[in-house]
Design a protein around this ligand. Structure first.
Ligand code: RI2
Length: 316
């Protein structure tokens, strides 16, 4: 779905919840633009009322998809350094500037991850990817654009089948692709040279929350001694896990898995759409701040979200 920066905040939240807008990076950029739009549209001089509108907008957006910390970090980034604003106009311009900075840096981060990650690939490699991650595909497309001869195995990624988006995107870029069902991951892994996936949330202990099935792909890669790389922008690192918070794993409607009318009465269906991959199954995290071990997640969180971090109003 094309991102429309002038969509009303409630529409953006509904589109994120329905997954018309999906992908942890895109939902973050869309949320930042929704906060920007809300700030631009506010009428009147009552700054307390304006702050209330922004707070309600934040709550609506953050509730739309609870697992991806990118959404929370994006909304927080639009509000950073606004607590001392003395007028509606000052608060408006701060939110707009913060949102613009976040969107620009987020898009640039995906490009940088592509450049860094492409250096981990060689001619003739077979690479697997799971789901549909712009950050992971940036690596694969950059390597191909640099003249590297690689082939990509994309998993179907049930139940939403985001793998079909991946093979469409990569084929359009001229990257040779093979689609496999999720159950064929371990069968295919013996022929793989590397795995690149995206992330929704990276925890302070280096664990990675990503599309359901990622942890099985990581275990199969570990078992076959295939390097497993996670491609993620620094705004996907979770400061909330640093203070002990657990990441909520979103469970979606059963009808996304199977037509309930096909099941005997009383049969339950559970549809968790993310899982957690422990750091010991991850070779490296490819971020715009560099290629790092998963155990360096703590340092990234402290630097990115602590005092003087990139979100603290520094200029580009
Ligand atoms: P980018 C997606 O979640 C997938 O889990 C993907 O790996 C992750 O977000 C990151 O995607 P969903 O929106 O930000 O398909 O790299 O549920 O595009």
């Amino acid at each position: 779905m094309r991102r429309d920066p002038d969509m009303e905040l409630i529409e953006v939240a509904d589109s994120i919840r329905s997954m018309e807008i999906r992908g942890a990076g895109l939902i973050a950029r869309s949320a930042a633009e929704a906060m920007r739009h809300t700030a631009q549209e506010f009428k009147g001089e009552d700054i307390a009322a304006f702050r209330q509108v922004l707070e309600e907008g934040k709550k609506t957006l953050v509730a739309s998809r609870p697992t991806a910390i990118s959404l929370w970090n994006a909304v927080q980034a639009t509000l950073r350094g606004t607590q001392d604003a003395g007028s509606v106009e000052e608060l408006r311009s701060l939110v707009v500037a913060n949102a613009d900075r976040f969107v620009k840096r987020s898009s640039r981060a995906v490009e940088t991850i592509g450049e860094f990650g492409a250096k981990r690939l060689k001619d003739g490699m077979k690479v697997m990817t799971h789901c549909n991650s712009k950050a992971a595909l940036s690596v694969l497309k950059t390597a191909h654009a640099n003249g590297m001869d690689i082939e990509v195995y994309a998993t179907e990624s049930r139940p939403w089948r985001q793998g079909l988006l991946t093979v469409k995107d990569l084929s359009a870029a001229g990257v040779p692709c093979t689609l496999i069902i999720d159950s064929a991951v371990r069968w295919a892994m013996k022929d793989m040279d590397a795995v690149f996936v995206g992330a929704d949330t990276i925890c302070s202990n280096g664990a990675v929350i990503n599309k359901i099935g990622t942890s099985q792909v990581a275990m199969a890669a570990h078992d076959s001694r295939v390097p497993f790389m996670v491609c993620a922008e620094t705004y996907k690192f979770s400061p909330r896990t640093l203070s002990g918070e657990m990441v909520e794993i979103e469970e979606r409607d059963a009808s996304e898995v199977v037509d309930p009318s096909l099941l005997p009465a009383g049969v339950r269906v559970r549809n968790p759409v993310f899982d957690a991959t422990p750091p010991e199954y991850i070779d490296s995290l490819i971020t715009e701040a560099g290629v790092i071990p998963p155990y360096a997640a703590y340092e990234v969180i402290v630097r990115e979200f602590g005092q003087g971090s990139i979100f603290e109003g520094t200029e580009d």
